[in-house]
Design a protein around this ligand. Structure first.
Ligand code: P1T
Length: 389
């Protein structure tokens, strides 16, 4: 169990889960680059037997992110998908899951094309509309899985409302908190059972690691996740854990800058005549701006909207021309790094969602998604301006 500290978020970001190395006094947690640990006698050891089961660098990362999410337990994985896949391993053949109908394309693909072959069924519904969730729940429903805001349409679901419903119906509520990071949203404090992240994104923030993490409070589910982490074995290497641990120290600084830059860019895009529709939860025009203001709060209670913006340029051709013309933004999948990225969800991150399903949920071929980095914001705005011309 991870010790819960009452320190501030920014202090925890730097210190939680870490202590000076007992051998050398090194202030930074060492990279325990080892696959196994020497035992004095069979079963007599220092708490570590084999590195798939436990590694001190990984444990430090797990404790660190757990402190940020307000969780008792954390389990790190080799990717966000490995973390999500482990959540489905909590279920049994015949179980049903209600999923937000706009999730990362890889999550949709994994549920529909992999887990559906193992006797699980999934209903993809717009969870931002609570009545749709109520309608979708069946006697065999065991879990509700959401992203809020969603990737890439940035739709919000009221976590507290859904959590109350899930408690009443005895369902597990899992929230993919990748887009907000714990700095701007802590779903466990709103009643969710499980939080999952692609730590590839904001948690690591430097586009040099693929990783995932699961955070939760319930001891018996945590025991099972720990068992699955060891049994299925999709664990991250110690160096990757160390990189993410290094990165979370600056999570508050980075998130504040992502949020501030994205806010300025969103206000610029709103005014631009060539931009047909802009989606950013920080804009009063976002249909769930009021919910964003209430649900997406920094550790000091101030609303934050993150660094992701989606917008429409009217046609695929115009979107493509724009994507090709940007210079500071880089055309690439992924998000949440210090550098600004731009992508075309329909052909990139959400290509595995069938075209008719994309159309049904409103993910058009002309939608462009940007992950606003922490560069000097005027350079980013100028870049967008010249590419729109
Ligand atoms: O890529 P990986 O670390 O396995 O994480 C998958 C994942 C899970 N959840 C969300 C909300 C995500 O956005 C992702 C990965 N997304 C991208 C690669 C992307 O560009 O949207």
């Amino acid at each position: 169990m991870i010790e819960k500290k009452q320190l501030d978020f920014a202090t925890n970001a730097i210190h939680a889960g870490q202590k000076p190395d007992s051998d050398s006094g090194a202030i930074m947690t060492p990279i325990y680059q080892t696959s196994t640990y020497v035992q004095e006698s069979p079963g007599v050891h220092k708490g570590y037997e084999y590195a798939r089961t436990a590694n001190p660098t990984r444990e430090a990362l797990e404790a660190n992110v757990a402190a940020l999410e307000g969780a008792r337990f954390g389990f790190a994985f080799s990717s966000g998908m490995a973390a999500i896949s482990t959540l489905t391993n909590l279920l049994q053949q015949g179980d049903h899951v209600v999923v937000a109908d706009n999730v990362y394309g890889g999550t949709y693909r994994f549920f529909q094309q992999v887990m559906a072959n193992f006797g699980l069924t999934f209903s993809f519904v717009d969870t931002s509309d609570f009545s749709r969730v109520e309608e979708a729940v069946r006697p065999n429903t065991r879990m509700i899985f959401i992203e809020t805001p969603t990737n890439p349409l940035l739709r919000l679901t009221d976590i507290a409302q859904l959590a109350t419903f899930c408690k009443h119906k005895d369902l597990l509520l899992a929230v993919d908190n990748t887009f907000m990071s714990p700095y701007f949203q802590r779903p466990l404090s709103l009643g969710a059972d499980i939080v999952v992240h692609s730590s590839t994104k904001y948690l690591n923030g430097h586009s040099d690691v693929v990783g995932g993490i699961v955070l939760l409070n319930d001891e018996s589910i945590a025991e099972r996740i720990g068992f699955l982490q060891n049994s299925a074995g999709a664990v991250p290497g110690p160096f990757d854990c160390w990189l993410v641990l290094r990165a979370t120290k600056t999570l508050p600084l980075r998130m504040r800058q992502h949020n501030s830059n994205a806010g300025e860019i969103a206000r610029f895009l709103v005014e631009h005549p060539k931009v047909e529709k802009i989606i950013y939860p920080g804009l009063p025009s976002h249909p769930q701006h009021e919910l964003a203001k209430k649900q997406q709060l920094d550790p000091y209670g101030k609303p934050g909207y993150g660094g992701m913006i989606s917008f429409e340029l009217g046609s695929f051709e115009r979107g493509k021309a724009f994507l090709e013309k940007v210079r500071v933004f880089s055309l690439a999948e992924s998000l949440g790094g210090v550098e600004s990225l731009i992508s075309h969800p329909a052909s990139m991150t959400h290509a595995s969602v069938p075209a008719d399903e994309r159309q049904r949920i409103g993910l058009s071929d002309s939608l462009v998604r940007i992950s606003v980095g922490v560069e000097y914001v005027d350079d980013l705005i100028q870049d967008i301006e010249q590419a729109l011309e």
